[in-house]
Design a protein around this ligand. Structure first.
Ligand code: FMN
Length: 338
């Protein structure tokens, strides 16, 4: 295993197809799923020479949380389908590496169990479910577990139709029983007004995950979001939308430094992260890269994937002529948006 692609291949071999479809697949014709990866090939890095890069750091701060890398672990559901320790294995690896982990509402481990994996930078992803009391109870439990930001996913009023799951009959096994919500319980009623309610219940910085347009980026800032996370949910929701990387410049431009900006979708390489930083992101996130590593070797796999990507980011920064993620600017990238 020398890169993420090796983990992707090995995971596909190891996990039963009727389970792997859920992790690998996207919605509809998977145009957006493929587009997420392809977008990175349309941009080229513009390195600067004769810069002293003898001391390179990948560390940065996101919403006041110190992290070892500008690449975090995006929330992904049902991790016990891939490893018996599930989210706790991912949390242990992330904490040891000092990398930010965002824990899904559809976690198969409780927040208390994840907290016991050790101190590490950790945010919590919220899906609001139809029964608001259940959401309140969930937020309360998350609050006690010490997360430092809340990531509200806004692109899932309904679950996208993922045809691989339909064909292979994927269903969450009853014994997994996610403690806080089920896929079928998400509410389609959420509006901008609900942000106030969430903020009152959980006074943490709020990240809006799933923003793809300048219009919504503007509204997010107006409603006091602390960060917007450009994402198409890994191509799993509305097929035919822009790749994360392609939507990033318009969102970053609309935000104009008024809050932090993140991006995800299709990240498999450290150089992908550098392109995201150059196009206006403060950080990038990946889900499938780490899901594959978790599937293949559990906690050790996630730890290894984190260190491979961390090394790629550090090497890339040095070769780009930058000594930290903050030094990467739009001048470090050129390309043609699709
Ligand atoms: C198997 C799987 C489960 C996911 N579950 C969630 C989730 O529970 N909440 C959420 O906000 N996003 C979820 N996502 C979306 C990811 O957070 C992220 O936006 C996307 O997968 C990034 O693309 P990548 O997988 O190519 O890195 C999930 C993605 C995958 C692949």
């Amino acid at each position: 295993m020398i890169n993420v692609a090796d983990y992707v291949d090995a995971a596909r071999e190891k996990i039963a197809p009727e389970v792997w479809c859920y992790f690998e697949g996207g919605a509809g014709d998977e145009v957006t799923l493929r587009g997420n990866v392809a977008a990175y090939e349309r941009w080229q890095l513009r390195p600067r020479m004769l810069v002293d890069v003898s001391a390179v750091t990948t560390a940065t701060t996101l919403l006041g949380t110190e992290v070892a890398s500008p690449l975090g672990i995006a929330p992904f559901a049902l991790q016990r389908l891939l490893d018996p320790d599930g989210e706790v294995a991912t949390a242990r690896a992330a904490a040891a590496a000092g990398v930010l982990m965002c824990v899904s509402t559809l976690t198969t481990r409780t927040h208390a169990e994840i907290a016991s994996a050790g101190d590490g930078p950790r945010w919590f992803q919220l899906y609001v479910v139809r029964d608001r009391q259940r959401t309140l109870d969930h937020m309360q439990e998350a609050r006690e577990a010490g997360y430092s930001a809340l990531v509200l996913t806004v692109d899932a009023p309904y679950i996208g139709r993922r045809e691989r799951d339909v064909r292979l009959g994927f269903e969450t096994p009853p014994d997994l029983d996610p403690p806080y919500a089920k896929l079928s319980e998400l509410t389609p009623e959420l509006t901008w007004r609900d942000l106030e309610w969430i903020r009152a219940e959980m006074p943490l910085p709020i990240v809006l995950k799933g923003i793809l347009t300048r219009e919504d980026a503007e509204l997010a800032v107006e409603h006091g979001a602390d960060a917007v996370w450009v994402s198409n949910h890994g191509g799993r929701q509305l097929d035919g939308v822009a790749a994360g990387l392609e939507a990033l410049p318009e969102v970053a431009e609309a935000v104009a430094g008024r809050c932090e900006v993140y991006v995800d979708g299709g990240i498999r390489r450290g150089t992908d992260v550098l392109k995201a930083l150059a196009l206006g992101a403060d950080a990038a996130f990946a889900a499938r890269a780490f899901a594959c590593a978790l599937a293949v070797e559990g906690e050790a796999g996630v730890a290894h994937a984190l260190s491979l990507l961390q090394d790629e980011i550090a090497l890339g920064l040095g070769l780009l002529g930058c000594t930290s993620p903050q030094q990467v600017t739009t001048a470090h990238v050129q390309g043609t948006p699709s």
